[in-house]
Write a protein that binds this ligand. Structure first.
Ligand SMILES: *Cc1c(COP(=O)(O)O)cnc(C)c1O
Length: 231
């Protein structure tokens, strides 16, 4: 079995090195451990090695782990596709949802967060997912639709618009990896110039975290490099 603590350490060093190269402070980049398909024991190993933030894609599986680890101080981020039938559970059990790409979903999350018994009135943190590859099959809104969606989402009372998220088309080339991340940073800066107070760029995975950090990522979402290949 892979040594999760060791792999976590390696990822933290990759982040630190990339931050230095980018002239950034590594403390400004949060590591989200993407634990989809992994059993709660693996997460516990990561927790014991100091990891607190976990990203999950599949709701049922995530809810089981959230319950199993309820005595741990974890922060739970949902990063999978958001359908209407999931929003109530997301609003109740998660701290963040990175994958919002429709107003209707944002409205439901806001309403359900406000009526959720567990949330103690803290707003749910949201990122809007951008489709940077142009592939029809991918989730996320087109960059041209961002401003309209952001303006509608920003005034919903149960959620807090924190930033933008993307899953770009895979590339092995560092220069090509940077292109969609650079676009994300431009979209992020443009919204902030208009008065939004975004602080989050959720981008970068096991194979492209260096490129994402070079372009301004504040949360990198890392699965394989921490937990090993998924079967
Ligand atoms: C699975 C997944 C990741 C992690 O990908 P790795 O390549 O395993 O690091 C990050 N973000 C999202 C949205 C994912 O679904």
């Amino acid at each position: 079995m892979a040594n999760i603590a060791q792999q976590l350490d390696t990822v933290r060093q990759r982040i630190a090195t990339a931050a230095t190269k980018a002239g950034r402070n590594a403390d400004d980049i949060q590591l989200l451990a993407v634990s989809k398909t992994r059993p709660a024991e693996d997460l516990l190993e990561a927790i014991e090695a100091g990891q607190t933030r976990f990203g999950e894609n599949y709701l049922q599986e995530a809810l089981e782990k959230i319950a199993a680890l309820s005595n741990q101080a974890c922060e739970w981020h949902f990063i999978g596709p958001c359908q209407s039938n999931k929003t109530a559970a997301l609003a109740q059990h998660f701290d963040w949802v990175h994958s919002v790409d429709r107003l209707k979903i944002a409205q439901r999350l806001s309403d359900q967060r406000q009526s959720s018994p567990d949330s103690q009135n803290e707003r749910l943190n949201i990122c809007l997912q951008i489709n940077t590859s142009g592939e029809q099959s991918k989730s996320g809104i087109a960059p041209e639709q961002l401003e309209e969606l952001a303006s509608a989402v920003a005034c919903l009372p149960g959620i807090r618009l924190r930033g933008l998220m993307t899953i770009p088309a895979a590339s092995a080339d560092f220069g090509q990896q940077r292109t969609p991340f650079r676009l994300m940073k431009q979209l992020f800066d443009a919204l902030n110039e208009k008065g939004y107070e975004l602080d989050t760029l959720s981008m970068g995975m096991s194979n492209d975290l260096e490129a994402a950090i070079m372009e301004g990522a504040t949360i990198v979402r890392i699965g394989t490099a921490i937990f090993g290949a998924r079967t």
